[in-house]
Each structure stands twice: as C-alpha cells, then as structure tokens.
Design a protein around this ligand. Structure first.
Ligand code: HPA
Length: 266
C-alpha cells in the first residue's frame, strides 16, 4: 500500500467514505457543511500536489454531510501550474484505494450561454478536451485506452439532479470545454467553443474525470459559473472575479449536495 493511502486510512479513524468531492477555486466554503471534520494537509500526504493557486487550500477534509461519510479534496493542482496533467493521479488513486466509489468534481467556469449567468450551477454532461494533452500520456499499460463514452455517470447525474430539484436549485446542464489556462480565453476562442458545442469553459476537471474513469470511479461534475466568457461583455476577466463570484454559486451547490447526501445516503 502506498504511504499516502496508509496515512489517509490511519487519519480517517474508521470512517469509510464511498463518495469524494473535489472543490475548485473559491468553493472551499463547502467544507463548512462537513460535521466533525478531520483535516489533513496535502503536504502530509506523499505524492499529493502542493497547489500554488490562491483560493485553493490543499487539504483533505473528512467527516459527514447529512450523516453520510464524505471525503473532500479542498484544492486541486491544475495542469497550468507545472505542465503536469496527471498532477491529481496520486490523490485519485488514493481515493480508490481507501474504498471510494463515486467522485463529484466541482470547478469555476465561464459561461457561453447569456441566460446562464454568474452564480448559476451547471451539471457537466460531457466534456471537450481542448488542452492538447491528457493525464494518461506516458501510462505504459493498455489500461490507458479508457472509453469516455459515459464519462459522467447517468445514475449520479439523475440522483444529483433530483437533489437539486428538492433543494430548489435551478440546475443547468451542459458541455464543459477544457482550455489549458492559465490565461483566460480570447473572444475568438470563445466563438470557436460556441461553434463546437460547449456551454462552459474552464481550466480544470477534465484531467480528474479521465483519471477517475481510469481507476474505475463513477464521476459527476459541476461548474459554478463565475462570469460570462471572454468577449461576451465589455469586461476583462480576472481571477479576483472568479474568487469573488464562486461562493455565490457555491452556496447553491452546497444546498444541492446536502440534499443529495440526505436523500441518497451515498
Ligand atoms: N475561463 C476559464 N476558466 C474560468 C473562467 C473562464 O471564463 N471563469 C472561471 N474559470
């Protein structure tokens, strides 16, 4: 067993979460909904990335939401930090090794749909990998040929949508397009994204979804819309805006997740 996995199990102290969450920029407030949290810094877990992005704490928080055991990765590493698309491989493999079966990914994103404005929550139904890279490049085994026809699990999507309805959260559905970042897109790139069928754009999540399918986790994912994408308004985009706007949609997503854990006891 890898050191990080053994350390996680020791620190979980008998808690056996089947569901894990990855929280994106400015969404760290969701951990406040966890009861009796144990906190483990990524720095104490071998092979876990040290995220250098402000708004990303870099810790594991384990506890319960609505009585269901949960483990949260608060903070993630992004491809644009070091050019490593597989930066989240060790954490995702560790989740699988401790018995997690389902992974819920979250991110902040720009919207391509004027009616899906800042503060909206979008359930990701599929993605477009526009980064030019893949976290499984270099994986030497035939396991690298992962089918992505059903990346986002139908049952989880349905259960989470039902939870959204119960919680009174207006849930959008759409396709997320992964740009490498760290720059925001140009207006021309956003026009391209619209033409190829994307509904939101962002700099994360796709590598984690691929890695999760690689290890055999069921995946669901949500975008919190922090802005309309480049060129859709007269304004320049900024990370400050992302961090300021994320908690607004984050509060809605927290309500949805509380209802999910209450209903499904996952
Ligand atoms: N583009 C890429 N990533 C983002 C955006 C955006 O407009 N907003 C928040 N994260």
């Amino acid at each position: 067993m890898k050191a990080a996995t053994a350390e996680l199990i020791r620190r979980l102290d008998g808690l056996v979460p089947k569901t894990a969450l990855v929280l994106g920029s400015g969404l760290g407030g969701l951990v406040d909904t966890v009861s009796k949290p144990s906190r483990i810094s990524f720095a104490d877990l071998d092979g876990f990335p040290q995220s250098g992005v402000s708004g990303h704490a870099g810790e594991v928080v384990a506890g319960r939401i609505a009585d269901a055991p949960v483990i949260i990765l608060s903070g993630r590493a992004h491809y644009y930090e070091r050019g490593d698309a597989a930066a989240m491989r060790t954490p995702i493999e560790a989740l699988k090794a401790i018995g997690v079966e389902r992974l819920i990914l979250t991110n902040s994103a720009g919207s391509l749909r004027p009616e899906m404005g800042p503060g909206s929550v979008m359930q990701i139904t599929d993605h477009i990998n526009f980064s030019g890279t893949n976290p499984l490049i270099g994986e030497p085994t035939d396991r690298r040929f992962v089918g992505l026809t059903n990346t986002y699990d139908e049952t989880m999507l349905a259960d989470l949508a039902a939870a959204g309805e119960q919680a009174g959260v207006d849930l959008h559905r759409g396709v997320y397009m992964w740009f490498s970042g760290p720059t925001f897109e140009t207006p021309a790139e956003i026009k391209l994204a619209q033409i190829v069928g994307a509904d939101a754009v962002g700099m994360s999540t796709v590598p984690e979804a691929i890695l999760a399918r690689f290890v055999g986790l069921d995946v669901a994912a949500f975008s919190i819309i922090t802005n309309l994408a480049a060129g859709m308004t007269g304004d320049e985009l900024s990370h400050t805006e992302t961090k300021e706007m994320a908690p607004k949609g984050g509060e809605r997503l927290a309500r949805l997740l509380a209802a999910y854990f209450e209903r499904a006891k996952p």
